[in-house]
Design a binder for this molecule. Structure first.
Ligand code: SF4
Length: 205
C-alpha cells in the first residue's frame, strides 16, 4: 500500500442514496461525509459534522473499500462538513483509478485540492468563497433563506465561469415560502434552475 493510501480523513458517515439536489438530482451515488467545518452557517443541518475530532480517522484505502463494497453506482460525492479543508488528491486519485466519478460539495471557503469530475459550490455568507474555487465550479448552488439572497446569488453568478450551471435552492426550514419566490424568480431569470432537496420532500436519507 502506498503512503497516499495511508492518508486518513475524518469520516462522519457514508451511505448509498440518490443525489437529491442540483445538476445530478436523481442519480444514485455513494456519499462520503467528512467531519470538520468552521464556516458556521446558522441554519446548518449537519452541525454534528463541525468537530473533526468527533469522527474516526479513516484511511483512503479503507474509504475506497467502503465505496466498492456498498455502492452499485460509479458516482461518489464527497461532502461535509467542509471537505475542501483537506487535501483530497489521494482520495480522488484512488477513487478515479478504481473507476469512480468524483464529485465534491463545498462552500468554496478553501482552495480545492483534488481531482474532481464535478464541483458543486454553495457559497455561504459566514465565510466567503475563494476565487480559485469559484473559477473551478461546475455548479453554483445558492441557498435562498431571505428575499435579499436573490441579489446575493446574482453577485456570485458574476464570479463563476461561463459554463457553470446556476441553481437556487430554498432553505429547508423556510421552503414553503421560498420555493414559490424561487419559482417566480426562475421564470423571470431563466439562466437559473430550481434545486429542491428531493430527499427531504420524500422523507428519506
Ligand atoms: Fe454546515 Fe455546510 Fe455551512 Fe459547514 S458549510 S456550517 S457543514 S452548511
Amino acid at each position: 500500500m502506498s503512503n497516499k493510501e495511508l492518508q486518513r480523513l475524518p469520516l462522519m458517515e457514508h451511505f448509498y442514496t440518490i443525489q437529491g439536489e442540483g445538476a445530478y438530482t436523481g442519480h444514485a451515488a455513494y456519499f462520503l461525509r467528512l467531519g470538520g467545518c468552521n464556516v458556521g452557517c446558522v441554519w446548518c443541518d449537519v452541525k454534528d459534522s463541525w468537530d473533526a475530532n468527533a469522527h474516526p480517522q479513516v484511511s483512503v484505502e479503507h474509504l475506497t473499500t467502503l465505496v466498492k463494497e456498498n455502492s452499485e453506482s460509479k458516482l461518489v460525492v464527497i461532502t461535509g462538513g467542509e471537505p475542501a479543508m483537506y487535501n483530497l488528491h489521494s482520495l480522488t486519485d484512488k477513487l478515479q483509478s478504481s473507476g469512480y466519478q468524483t464529485h465534491i460539495e463545498t462552500s468554496g471557503a478553501y482552495p480545492i485540492q483534488g481531482t474532481f469530475d464535478w464541483i458543486t459550490l454553495s457559497p455561504k455568507k459566514f465565510k466567503a468563497p475563494v476565487t480559485s474555487a469559484m473559477d473551478k465550479a461546475n455548479e453554483l448552488k445558492v441557498v435562498i433563506y431571505n428575499k435579499s439572497d436573490f441579489a446575493w446569488a446574482e453577485e456570485h453568478a458574476k464570479q463563476v465561469n461561463k459554463s457553470c450551471k446556476l441553481f437556487l435552492q430554498p432553505e429547508w426550514s423556510k421552503h414553503e415560502k421560498m420555493q414559490l419566490l424561487i419559482f417566480e424568480y426562475v421564470k423571470e431569470n431563466p439562466q437559473w434552475q430550481i434545486s429542491l432537496q428531493t430527499h427531504k420532500y420524500l422523507g428519506v436519507d
